[in-house]
Ligand binder design. Structure first.
Ligand code: BTN
Length: 253
């Protein structure tokens, strides 16, 4: 079923929101709205994205009726900008668990997985006006009933609905997701957010490979720090810390 403005209004009122049956990228629309003065907590939602964006310039697939494409405008203190990615991952992991999924974990830094397959992608984008911080657009995509069968994503991506084995209403999912984002926004600088994120990570102790500064690093993910950086013990027995990147597991989970 298509998402509608009427159904969304029931769960979003009085939050400022903009809904598009079909959009380019909700992150782009939220970026423009933030520059026009949207308050913290405002949200842009689309039923379909035709130019959804993922990390590292990748395309993010949002066909109509089967996913969540949500961009929330947040205005955290500047010293906690790096925590927005963690906040998004925790809120989505909680959403999946609340919906009834088992085997939910966060692959460092912010990919929410169900039994090791990606169910959600998170794209936080900081928006500046010159030197002034305007806020952050926290873009969240969740596969609700996207079908990856027969595509090259089949072994790495999954959807929430088949994982829980029952129909899920996207308006209800959005309502819960935004509640969790509001909740964790109060704790953006608190160790509680960091500890919750760390407890949900499924990466620590795993053998990984990562491209970092143009080099391939192999080692074991040993820890994370309060900024979200991952400490890797390399095969040369050095410990290096990386703040961002795409890791691949090098042994079966
Ligand atoms: C990733 O590469 O894992 C991040 C994907 C982020 C996708 C979401 S969908 C809503 C928002 N709008 C976008 O264009 N991207 C984000």
């Amino acid at each position: 079923m298509a998402l509608t403005q009427e159904a969304l209004k029931q769960v979003l009122h009085p939050r400022p929101h903009r809904f598009y049956p079909s959009a380019g990228s909700t992150n782009d629309l939220a970026n423009t709205w933030l520059k026009e003065g949207a308050p913290a907590g405002s949200v842009v939602i689309a039923d379909e994205q035709k130019e959804g964006r993922g990390r590292k310039g990748r395309v993010w697939y949002t066909p109509p009726h089967v996913a969540l494409a949500v961009s929330i405008i947040l205005k955290p203190p500047q010293q906690f900008l790096h925590r927005i990615s963690l906040l998004g991952a925790v809120a989505v992991a909680e959403l999946c668990q609340h919906a009834g999924a088992k085997g939910v974990g966060i692959k460092w830094p912010n990919d929410v997985q169900i039994h090791g397959r990606k169910v959600s992608g998170i794209l936080p984008e900081v928006v500046w006006d010159g030197e002034t911080l305007l806020g952050v657009v926290l873009g969240i995509g969740v596969n609700v009933r996207a079908d990856f069968g027969g595509t090259e994503l089949a072994h790495i991506a999954t959807s929430l609905e088949p994982a829980v084995g029952q129909h899920l209403k996207r308006t209800t999912l959005i309502h819960y997701l935004l509640q969790r984002i509001d909740y964790w926004s109060q704790f953006i600088g608190d160790v509680l957010l960091f500890n919750t994120w760390k407890s949900k990570l499924n990466t620590l102790g795993k053998a990984i490979r990562l491209e970092y500064n143009g080099q391939i690093i192999e080692g074991v993910a040993v820890d994370v720090d309060q900024n979200g950086a991952l400490a890797i013990r390399t095969t040369n027995n050095e410990v290096i810390s990386v703040l961002a990147g795409d890791i691949a597991l090098t042994e079966t989970q």
